[in-house]
Ligand binder design. Structure first.
Ligand code: FE
Ligand code: ZN
Ligand code: FE
Length: 270
């Protein structure tokens, strides 16, 4: 791969990375769908597989736009073309991050477990994947905005919002029902009704995250500060769009963080 010299190059790399990620997800989802026990979970994953196929096509559109964009006014157009040739035409870049997430998920789902626990594990695996995508698309969108590539940014945002929706749906499934079913899958009565107030049963074994984390649960809730500063463009992107963006990787919506988090009110916590 040729040397990346500017943000545009990095955007192209991210788009390539996301392409690989989506391709891997399309390969991995059918096994997850097959293993899922709960009908709603099965259906959600099935739906997301279809959505994912659209997302892959959307990335093709993004690449086309970037390629066309590239031939034109840029001073180093020739160089860029060479870079693009290497990036989009040439050998496939495999997203190692997604590869790892999927491998880890396959390993967990291969364990001997009850159907209820398996469903909870599938959700966790799927949400890790969604979060990775949310980060990737959010970052790519921020780059596109910075580069004034409006159409590219919009396409990326469309997918970003779909990933958020998928993530929210999985949280609702987990927190609303499936975690609890996993909790009592051994036939035992739920002994601590108070645990209902926790968003996720897992918190009892990971009390380490802090006493205030009760409403958080499995998934890591993003700390809005660090995420906002990570891509640094919060200021600029905010001025380009009316809504106040928390960070490159996030949208404005009701909930302040990701993860299986039921409460939507907290935005900063310790
Ligand atoms: Fe996706
Ligand atoms: Zn990668
Ligand atoms: Fe996704």
């Amino acid at each position: 791969m040729e040397k990346m010299i500017n943000l545009r190059d990095l955007l192209m790399h991210e788009v390539q990375d996301l392409t690989s990620a989506e391709e891997q997800i399309i390969e991995a989802l059918p096994a997850m769908i097959k293993k899922a026990n709960n009908g709603t979970l099965k259906k959600s994953l099935q739906d997301h597989l279809e959505v994912t196929e659209m997302q892959l096509q959307r990335l093709d559109q993004v690449k086309q736009l970037l390629e066309n964009e590239n031939g034109g006014e840029e001073s180093n157009g020739k160089e860029r073309k060479g870079f693009l040739g290497g990036l989009f035409g040439g050998g496939a870049h495999k997203c190692k991050g997604m590869e790892g997430l999927i491998k880890e998920g396959e390993k967990v789902m291969g364990e001997d477990m009850s159907p209820e626990v398996l469903d909870a594990a599938i959700i966790a695996c799927a949400q890790k994947i969604e979060h990775y995508e949310i980060c990737g698309y959010g970052t790519a969108r921020a780059y596109a905005r910075e580069l004034n590539l409006g159409e590219v940014a919009e396409l990326l945002e469309e997918t970003l919002n779909e990933e958020y929706e998928a993530d929210d749906l999985l949280t609702d499934l987990a927190v609303g029902k499936l975690n609890q079913q996993a909790e009592t899958a051994d036939g035992s009565e739920k002994s601590r009704r108070s645990s209902r107030s926790r968003s996720n049963g897992k918190s009892k074994s990971t009390g380490k995250t802090g006493s205030k984390s009760a409403s958080r649960s499995n998934g890591s809730a993003r700390t809005s500060k660090s995420a906002a500063s990570k891509n640094g463009k919060a200021k600029k992107t905010a001025s380009k769009s009316a809504s106040s963006k928390r960070s490159s990787g996030t949208r404005t919506n009701k909930s302040s963080g990701r993860g299986q988090k039921k409460s939507t009110s907290r935005s900063s916590s310790k």
